[in-house]
Design a protein around this ligand. Structure first.
Ligand code: MN
Length: 330
């Protein structure tokens, strides 16, 4: 998915990048982002947030949908730099096409991981739903690439056989990284963790964590308790570092949540629109190159050959210089 926000200034401004070395409990409420495009879709964004820049290298967390019958999602070709996109569906289906030739149906339980490196373009569409279908709902997550990987060649990987752990009350699918020695095959460039956790009605359990990493939990359904405290739906709870396990429970009906974590990302970051970079001038260069070649494909981003229709124009830059968000050890 693209960041289709008409005025993406808030993404550039990021948020607090001080890592908490001790366990904390900081609830980040989602803001609903109005997206443009042919058909609109509701997006709940919890990262970046004015109170938090990143959790590990996770730098962008959108929870979108469900779509309603008669609508679908159409995101025309758009560019990315310096990040990986994680497409994780909860319901429905998305068709991914990109400028390295990928053409992939994305369904719940399977991971689509696109590494932009120095530059890539992709398009995402979901077919309109018939009456009675469940709406499409999913997560669009971005991972910032470290300096030694962000200038590399773009590539795409799809994993439909991810490892699982747990029992009837608590089941986890390891999307990226490892939990308790159970590892995803997905390629990560910094120590990272992403997992979908499903709790049965009234179910509870614990997951082991790496105390050297910081963590966060996003409630995907109502009725979730994290670390003994109720977590409202569409809220991302930042937990800091220093935990060796996490207690999770569904207080009512069955519920899902997303566990994110990783080694604190200690590099400066500048995010604007769909670009992750380090400086204002670098972002301006990415934008200029996209605008000059967005339909011809004559740029670092290439062309999404399988998509019929024009690519997405970049919004105008703000009148002031974009400022990167430095990391602070706190
Ligand atoms: Mn995208």
């Amino acid at each position: 998915m693209s960041n289709l926000e008409r005025d993406p200034r808030e993404v550039a401004s990021g948020g607090v990048a001080t890592v908490s070395r001790e366990p904390v409990r900081l609830d980040l409420a989602a803001r609903e982002v109005p997206l443009g495009g042919v058909r609109s879709i509701v997006v709940r964004r919890t990262l970046p947030h004015r109170d938090r820049r990143t959790i590990g290298a996770w730098c962008f967390v959108d929870d979108y949908g469900p779509t309603v019958p008669g609508t679908g999602m159409v995101v025309p070709p758009h560019p990315h730099t310096g990040l990986q996109t994680v497409t994780w569906l909860l319901d429905g289906e998305v068709h991914h096409q990109d400028s390295v030739g990928s053409d992939q149906a994305v369904r719940p339980g399977a991971l689509s991981l696109m590494t932009a490196g120095r530059g890539i373009a992709h398009a995402e569409t979901s077919p309109p739903l018939a009456a009675g279908d469940r709406g499409m709902r999913g997560l669009q997550l971005w991972v910032a690439l470290p300096e030694d990987a962000r200038h590399g060649l773009p590539h795409f990987e799809h994993h439909d056989d991810l490892p699982r752990l747990g029992d009837g009350a608590l089941r986890a699918t390891v999307i990226v990284g490892s939990i308790g020695g159970v590892s995803s095959p997905a390629h990560a460039y910094t120590p990272l963790l992403g997992a979908e956790v499903s709790l049965s009605a009234g179910g509870a359990g614990a997951l082991p964590l790496d105390p050297g990493h910081e963590h966060g939990v996003l409630a995907l359904d109502p009725g979730v308790s994290v670390d003994g405290a109720a977590l409202p739906a569409a809220t991302l709870r930042y937990l800091g570092c220093g935990r060796d396990h996490l207690d999770l429970a569904a207080t009512g009906s069955a519920a899902r949540l997303l566990l994110l974590g990783g080694a604190p990302f200690e590099e400066e970051l500048l995010m604007w629109w769909n670009f992750v970079g380090r400086t204002h001038d670098e972002i301006v260069g990415f934008r200029d190159e996209w605008e000059a070649g967005r339909d011809s494909g004559g740029s670092r981003f290439g062309r999404v050959d399988g998509y019929a229709g024009p690519a997405l124009p970049a919004p105008p830059l703000p009148g002031t210089r974009l400022l990167p968000r430095p990391f602070s050890r706190g």
